[in-house]
Design a protein around this ligand. Structure first.
Ligand code: HEM
Length: 398
């Protein structure tokens, strides 16, 4: 994630940022609200399973009954669907979702190239006119697809108390800013916050999901244990539901191990130092930009035994009360730590546990014939698999 995508919320850590963060965490990411999105999760799960089943791209002539699927695009689509629903409150048509996804992806893919414009706005207009043109084009495309969705919603909150979903957009349209004369957010600000919501939660979660599933393909014994736990807890139920996940400690350990071994971001967002401070003899001046080696922390040999191994059991050893928020101690911090910690942490963990459990319940995941799962990394918006996962998906229920 990058600071520029958070142009409102991270522009200044001040009253507006606090207001927006409180709105997001209490209105949308609060556990009770997240629970109300349960039917949406099931809807998206069904879409995902359907897409995985009907993807014939890997079926060879010798194995027509077994699917080998390149899973990453399906994961991304599923996470995006779910966040679109939370953002705009509607089960949008597939075509609309694809269009929104396309423009948002374009923004992400160009991000690295365009971030220099924010550093030297005046000079860069002469040096990089084409990049400025691209920036305006991206913004126009984004506005063209997001503004109708925002206006269509109308920002009413009448759904509260009924079955209708409260969407992030509704909460933003209803927001007033006391410190700024009680004004409302303008449309541009709302577009920007919706983009942040969609971007921050899609790639991070789908990347983590891919890494975890890759490890379950590579380590069949871990996948078997996840499946045994599902059978024990859910039996023949229709779906592993949010409430079932609370009783699945091995699954939780698998997700944590995935985030430790393959954090989607190797750094947090850049942070500016508010006051000059001395840390272990080093003076860090006011205004300096600092960051944290997130991945290195999770791989630290002085903290973790055989850190490069995928071994979920390590999280079970002490009775499973691992603190991923870093409020007691910091052994890993895939979501950051402190007041800027990822506000989507709870939602992300829920989505990862929910999809891993249901995907393992639906299919046995094995490597594509002749393939070895390659865990090399590549830097994109997040740290992705250099060679995306292809897996044979054998339905467990016949
Ligand atoms: C596995 C999934 C995810 C990971 C690993 C992750 C990680 C992070 C990290 C490292 C940060 C920066 C923290 C810092 O600067 O100290 C962050 C910020 C943020 N994340 Fe997440 N995130 C994930 C999912 C989500 C989801 C699902 C959402 C919401 C829908 C979300 C919303 C945000 C927002 C809005 C920020 C910016 C917060 C601010 O400006 O203070 N993230 N995330």
């Amino acid at each position: 994630m990058s600071s520029n995508q958070h142009n409102i919320s991270s522009a200044a850590y001040g009253p507006l940022w606090r207001l927006l963060r409180r709105n997001l965490t209490s209105e949308i990411l609060h556990p009770s609200r997240v629970r109300s999105y349960g039917p949406a999760r099931k809807w998206v799960l069904d879409i995902l399973i359907q897409r995985l089943k009907s993807d014939k791209s890997g079926v060879g002539p010798t194995a027509p009954d077994v699917h080998a699927v390149r899973v990453v695009d399906h994961f991304q689509y599923a996470m995006f669907c779910l966040l679109c629903l939370m953002c705009f409150g509607e089960r949008l048509e597939e075509k609309v979702i694809e269009r929104v996804e396309e423009v948002m992806r374009d923004v992400l893919l160009n991000f690295g190239r365009l971030s220099v414009l924010a550093l030297f706005p005046r000079l860069s207009r002469f040096v990089f006119p084409n990049r400025w043109a691209k920036l305006y084009e991206l913004k126009e495309n984004r506005d063209r697809v997001l503004i109708p969705l925002i206006r269509g919603r109308g920002g009413n909150r009448e759904g509260e108390g009924t079955d209708e979903i409260i969407a992030y957009v509704d909460t933003l349209v209803g927001l007033t800013i006391p410190e700024d004369g009680g004004r409302k957010l303008d449309e541009e600000e709302i577009v920007s916050l919706c983009s942040e919501f969609l971007n921050a939660g899609t790639d991070t979660t789908s990347t983590a999901l891919q890494w975890i599933m890759a490890n379950l393909v590579k380590h069949q014994e871990v996948q078997d244990k996840v499946f045994d736990e599902i059978q024990r807890v859910v039996g023949d139920g229709e779906e592993v539901r949010e409430e079932d996940l609370q009783r699945m400690t091995y699954l939780k350990a698998v997700v944590l191990e995935g985030l430790r071994r393959h954090p989607p971001g190797h750094f947090v967002l850049p942070h500016a130092v508010a006051e000059e401070v001395e840390v272990e003899g080093f003076v860090v001046p006011k205004g300096a930009s600092v960051n944290f080696l997130v991945a290195e922390m999770g791989w630290d040999r002085t903290v973790w035994e055989n850190p490069m191994e995928f071994k979920p059991e390590r999280f079970l050893e002490e009775g499973f009360d691992f603190d991923i928020t870093g409020s007691r101690e910091i052994k890993m911090m895939p979501f950051g730590a402190g007041r800027r910690i990822c506000p989507g942490l709870g939602l992300a963990l829920l989505h990862l546990e929910y999809f891993v459990a249901n995907l393992v319940r639906e299919f046995k995941w094995t490597a594509r014939e002749g393939d070895v799962v390659d865990l090399s990394e590549k830097q994109e918006f997040t740290i992705v698999m250099k060679h995306p996962l292809w897996a044979h998906l054998t339905p467990r229920k016949t």
